[in-house]
Each structure stands twice: as C-alpha cells, then as structure tokens.
Design a protein around this ligand. Structure first.
Ligand SMILES: NC(=O)c1ccc[n+]([C@@H]2O[C@H](COP(=O)([O-])OP(=O)(O)OC[C@H]3O[C@@H](n4cnc5c(N)ncnc54)[C@H](O)[C@@H]3O)[C@@H](O)[C@H]2O)c1
Ligand SMILES: [Zn+2]
Ligand SMILES: [Zn+2]
Length: 339
C-alpha cells in the first residue's frame, strides 16, 4: 500500500509500505478520505513533539470495510468511521465508556506504533469501527472526529436552548463547537475569530461574528445577554481571560483548546462570580457514536467545512502549505483514490 510517512520536522513523503493484515478482534479498512488535523501539522513541524519519525499519522477518517473480524451487523463494503481512542477495556473509566480518560489509552494517529489513516489501508480494533448512517456523503464521515470533540465540549458545558453561547476561535474545533451548540438547542451563538476566511465560514454556519478586540463590547449586544456558556476553542491566557471577563455570573467556561500548556487567568473572576471552569478532552464512546449518527441530520450544513481535497501527489505539499500558514483552509482531505 501507499502511505504518507513522517520522517522528522518538515519532512513527509508518500512511500510503499506492506499491506497490513487484521488479527483477531481487528478489521481491515480501505481508506476513502482522511482529514489533516492541526495536531498533524504541529507534529509535522515538530512543534508538539507528539509525532515520531517513520510514523504514519491520520485520525480523522472515513473508510470502507474490507474484511477481518467483523462486528455483528457489519458487512464488507460498509462505509464507516473510526473512533481513534483505544482504551484498555479493563479500568473503571473504560467500563463507563470514558476511554479518553483511560490511563492506558492509545490514540490512532498519535501512537507511533499504530500505522494510521494517511494510507491506502489500515487495521483497527473492531470495537473502534463506527457505522455511518446510510446515504450520507462519504466525505462527511471524515468530519465525525473533530465534530465529536466539539460535541463533547458542549455537552461537558451542559449546553441547552437556554444558553447564550460564546465560542472563542473559529478553526475546525470552534466550528464543531458552533454546530454542537446548535445541535443541543442553542440559538444565540457568537464566535470570536480574527481570520476573515474562517470568520466567513463560521457565519455560514449561522453564528454572529466578533473579532477578538471587540469581544468585550459586542458579545452582550449580539446575544442580548452576557454569555452563560463559553467554549474556548483556542486555549490561551488571552482567550481564557476574555472568557472569564465577559461571561455571566455562574457561567460555565469550557477549556477545549490546547494552545498553551500553561496559562495565566483572572482567578477572582472564577471565585467571586462563581464561574465554573470545565475541561474537555476528545470524546467519550457515546458522544463519538452519536455524532456519527447525527451527520445524517446535519446534511449539507457540513459541506463548507471541507475546504479542499488532495491525492497522494498533493499530500506532502498540503502539509507544507498548512505549516507555512499559507492555507486558511478549514479542512483538507487526503483521498488515496484521487490522482
Ligand atoms: N481538547 C481536545 O480534545 C482537543 C481536540 C482537538 C483539538 N484541540 C485543540 O483545540 C484548539 C483548536 O483546534 P483547531 O484545529 O480549531 O485549531 P486552529 O489553530 O485551526 O484554529 C484556531 C483558531 O483560533 C483563532 N484564534 C487565535 N487566537 C484567537 C483569539 N485570541 N481569539 C479568538 N480566536 C483566536 C485562529 O485564528 C484560528 O482560526 C487547538 O489548541 C487544538 O490543539 C483540543
Ligand atoms: Zn484531530
Ligand atoms: Zn482503561
């Protein structure tokens, strides 16, 4: 098979690799499309140190079942997505379906020992294969993973139709947060995003836009109230400070963005106004599965999230463009079948 192999900071190439063979409890998948995630780009540049030489990355994928140890109801030819989080299956968090919190979790596309989805073929545990609703555009299956991150964040924030929602950051995760808040019934949603192309995309999803410099003055005006829920899809001292300064008393602030490992925040805005600061990481099993089912309802609303498509010949260049910041793309898909 062909695979996109990471060789070290700034170096990635399409190469021949042996076809993987499924063992017991595993399924062989033929990849249809895999999205390039910001974390893949930061791995490519060496910024996050979470990708290793000779690794095949890729965790946002849609694929066709080719064979192996199929689950009941699964057939060869089914179009499926993959929940990348592999739990140990034995600890209390795995038993509760919260594999993202399993101390022994491994993540497809992150763990260098797992050859992942930037390839023609991939083998995954049968239990991580998630069916897609019949009739959805196949490419939308590659969006399930980032959409599930946003949905988990909004659910962690107990989002409801009563909320006035502020989302900080309009990248793929901020976009997923907007769609998740809508899915949970919220109608008043404002997004802060400085990039014009991304702002236009978020506006197309139905949110009002502000720039980071006007968060303080415009958010309340657009929402008709102070935000009761803030989803920080950037995760920096600047965004957490903005979140805690504009949010209503007793508001929930969800930290899903991970831009800075250490932040400074206005502590008294948490204590004296009794605001809640809530963490969100990946998704649990149920949030992933329900998001896979939900894409049928979302329909064409998801089309603008896919910005462009490349085949093997264009894939290394797409990584370089994203790393150089010359692409404001929302989501670039790598399609093995595209020339
Ligand atoms: N918690 C998790 O499980 C999880 C999962 C996936 C991604 N992440 C993290 O979420 C963050 C967002 O991911 P992404 O793929 O959307 O990243 P991205 O870099 O593509 O998008 C971030 C967006 O935030 C905007 N931005 C930057 N500073 C801002 C500010 N001060 N105010 C408002 N907007 C600002 C940028 O213009 C950009 O469009 C990243 O830190 C990523 O590592 C977390
Ligand atoms: Zn990702
Ligand atoms: Zn476990």
């Amino acid at each position: 098979m062909r695979a996109l192999v990471f060789h070290g900071p700034g170096s990635i190439a399409v190469e021949e690799r042996p076809d993987p063979a499924p063992g017991p409890g595993e399924v062989l998948l033929e990849i249809i499309a895999t999205g390039i995630c910001g974390s893949d780009v930061h791995g490519f540049t060496g910024d996050n140190g979470r990708r290793h030489p000779n690794q095949v990355m890729g965790h946002e994928t849609v694929a066709r079942v080719r064979g192996g140890d199929l689950a009941a109801g699964m057939s060869v030819g089914d179009v499926v997505t993959v929940n990348p989080v592999i739990g140990c299956e034995h600890c209390p968090t795995c038993a509760a379906g919260e594999e993202q919190a399993c101390p022994k979790r491994r993540v497809i596309g992150v763990d260098p020992a797992i050859s992942s989805a930037f390839a023609d073929l991939m083998v995954v545990p049968t239990r991580n294969v998630v069916p897609l609703p019949a009739g959805v555009p196949e490419e939308h299956g590659a969006l399930v993973e980032p959409l599930a991150v946003g949905f988990h964040a909004a659910r962690r924030g107990r989002c409801s139709s009563a909320d006035a929602v502020l989302v900080l950051g309009g990248g793929p995760i901020g976009q997923a947060c907007v769609l998740a808040a809508q899915r949970l019934g919220a109608e008043r949603i404002v997004v802060s995003e400085p990039d014009r192309q991304r702002a236009a995309l978020v506006a197309a999803l139905g949110a009002r836009l502000v720039t980071p410099s006007t968060v303080g003055t415009e958010v309340e005006q657009f929402l008709g109230a102070e935000p009761t829920l803030v989803l920080d899809a950037v995760g920096s001292s600047a965004t957490l400070t903005a979140a805690l300064t504009v949010a209503a008393r007793a508001a929930r602030v969800v930290l899903v963005g991970m831009n800075e490992p250490t932040v400074t925040l206005p502590a008294y805005e948490v204590s004296t106004s009794e605001r809640e600061l809530i963490g969100a990481f990946c998704y649990n099993r149920e949030d992933f599965a329900s998001t896979a089912a939900w894409i049928a309802e979302a329909g064409t609303l998801l089309d603008p999230l896919i910005n462009s498509r490349v085949g093997w010949s264009g894939a290394p260049g797409a990584f370089r463009d994203l790393a150089a910041g010359t692409a404001h793309a929302s989501k670039i898909l790598v399609l093995p079948a595209k020339s």
